[in-house]
Write a protein that binds this ligand. Structure first.
Ligand SMILES: Nc1ncnc2c1ncn2[C@@H]1O[C@H](COP(=O)(O)OP(=O)(O)OP(=O)(O)O)[C@@H](O)[C@H]1O
Length: 240
């Protein structure tokens, strides 16, 4: 997937300012930056939740930036949200198969990315009864469940919005295991995350945003020692 000079403005706020980067299959790419720097906006522009002002997004050589959300989802873009978006009045099974092409799933005999559903649930540490209400899952379990659901649609790109936020250390290990499953299934993962330990240990490449603008791109060790990134995080850039 390639983003080419993607822009989005909300009134006077430029939330995405000429954002460009590429993701390859099996790559985990970090998208980081201080609060309000535009990370979630970029995920919304890729998934089609928000319409962009200008720029292009390509997936496998196809221009997807004018497509509605559901077409992008079918074409291989899946995502999770900062706070899990689940149907509270429905059971676990209904939530699991939301947005997944059921006919296609049956054909694949409940397998995805080379993993069976039960293997993905195992990786997530979820031992669940499909008929139970989704509300029987704790917050952490719901976040893990949402990642399982995202992998289950056999996506080309998975957008993860702060998957570790609010999770304990055991649950964070489960997030890592699920990202591993996604990568082994040839997906590209775009990871928005404030836990720098997680980002630095998992990502092959990182793009850093500040005030909607990319200020650095590179491998974790380059990003950690990049002056502009350090200033953005320490806030000196804001008062300059
Ligand atoms: N729908 C919207 N309407 C108006 N302004 C918005 C909207 N969505 C985002 N913004 C603004 O765009 C900027 C970027 O927000 P965004 O949520 O993308 O940042 P972020 O990097 O994901 O932040 P955080 O790390 O706090 O989640 C912020 O100034 C935000 O207030």
């Amino acid at each position: 997937m390639t983003l080419d000079r993607v822009c989005k403005r909300f009134g006077g706020v430029v939330a995405a300012n000429e954002v460009s980067f590429s993701l390859s299959p099996r790559e985990v790419h970090g998208l980081i930056g201080p609060n309000g720097s535009g990370k979630t906006t970029v995920l919304n522009l890729i998934s089609g939740v928000t319409e962009m002002d200008s720029g292009n997004i390509w997936l496998d050589g196809q221009l997807i930036s004018k497509q509605p959300c559901h077409v992008r989802a079918r074409g291989g873009v899946s995502r999770t949200f900062q706070h899990p978006r689940l149907l509270k009045r429905c059971d676990i099974q209904t939530n699991l198969y939301l947005g997944i092409d059921l006919a296609n799933m049956k054909q694949k005999s409940m397998t995805s990315c080379g993993y069976t559903l039960s293997e993905l649930l195992d990786a997530a540490g979820l031992s669940i009864n499909m008929n139970d209400s989704i509300t029987t899952l704790s917050y952490g379990q719901q976040k893990l469940f949402e990642i399982v659901r995202a992998i289950l649609s056999h996506p080309k790109v998975i957008l993860l919005d702060e998957p570790a936020a609010g999770l304990n250390s055991k649950e964070m290990e489960r997030v890592v295991a699920l990202i591993d499953c996604a990568v082994k299934g040839d997906a590209a993962v775009l990871l928005v995350e404030h836990s720098m330990d997680l980002v630095m240990s998992l990502c092959n490449g990182i793009t850093v945003l500040n005030f909607g603008r990319p200020i650095a791109e590179g491998q974790p060790e380059e990003i950690q020692s990049n002056e502009a990134v350090i200033e953005a995080y320490l806030g000196r850039g804001r008062s300059a």
